[in-house]
Design a protein around this ligand. Sequence first.
Ligand code: PGA
Length: 254
Amino acid sequence: MNKARKLIIAGNWKMNKTVAEALDLVRLLKHELVNVKEVDLVVCPPFTALSEVSAAILDSNLRLGAQNMSEHNSGAYTGEICAGMLKEFSVRYVILGHSERRQYQKEKDALIAKKALAAHTSALKPLVCVGETLAEREEGKAEKVLETQVRGSLAGLTKDQMEETIVAYEPVWAIGTGKTATTEQAQEAHGFIRRLLAAMFDETVAKRVRIQYGGSVKPANARELMSQPDVDGALLGGASLDARSFADIVKNSI
Ligand code: PGA
């Protein structure tokens, strides 16, 4: 597939996989995807598996991501993990503002923006998630919600930092539900986000930022989604827990 930007496909394992299971999965993934150079490949295990997965993928084309981090660099924040700790395991990417964290941990755009800045300060690439709920879409508010989230959670980034940031458009109604946005809905939202980035930063930045689609991506719908001009990859949940489906999504996207 001839794309304007290099595709990036990331697997968000969420709260799944013991260390042993994680190692099994990356062993299979390494084997399945050994020849893939056209796509940036990222696995995001839970914190508890980062160390061992990091060692297991050292000699591969898989890169490591985390699922969250603190906005602080150190200190009395019980239960939190900071960017410097992630760097110890050669983590390169960090998912921020996933809709599950927005929903269950009540994360707001301003906090996500602080985390994104902290990630860049430590040379981690944030993968910032945005997306509207079904009710918001049905009320015709999808673009308004996206605009608020994009402006709020990317506030304060420099142009250089924005170019190194990945935006994940994940309509909440498509996450884990089996309902995928149509290719038209996805392209429309991605195009809208890119125009917004041009207004917030500039055209050059907007052209360079990769915007992933997330929400029930499967081997069967990956090719059509990835063929959209403003869709630059995928953030996978359920499908990333199985080596075969992750690998098939990647292969169907090339
Ligand atoms: P899903 O999750 O692929 O299971 O819908 C996507 C996500 O939450 O990133």
